[in-house]
Design a binder for this molecule. Structure first.
Ligand SMILES: [Zn+2]
Length: 93
């Protein structure tokens, strides 16, 4: 388990990304983030997620139908299976 401080950082990060965190806390957070790998990694995932959420919010799409979701899911699984198969082959010459 990483630094117990990380827990607080994790909790504050979403506020930080929304710009809702007080400046003093931001500085503390940034200092911690400058040399804490788990927190940096977490921040990266949070950034990606919040970006994705914002994009969905802008498009304002209703929930996709279940058959579309399962079609997408099987396509993703197919792609993953394909790349798994190609991986070792591509390296082998
Ligand atoms: Zn940390």
């Amino acid at each position: 388990m990483p630094d117990p401080k990380c827990k607080r950082v994790f909790a504050a990060l979403s506020e930080f990304l929304d710009g809702e965190l007080p400046a003093r806390n931001c500085r503390e957070l940034e200092r911690h983030l400058s040399d804490c790998k788990p927190c940096i990694a977490y921040l990266e995932t949070l950034k990606t997620t919040s970006k994705a959420c914002r994009q969905y919010g802008e498009i304002d799409v209703p929930a996709p139908p279940a058959d579309l979701i399962s079609a997408l899911r099987s396509r993703v699984l197919n792609l993953r299976a394909k790349s798994n198969r190609q991986g070792p082959l591509a390296r082998r010459r």
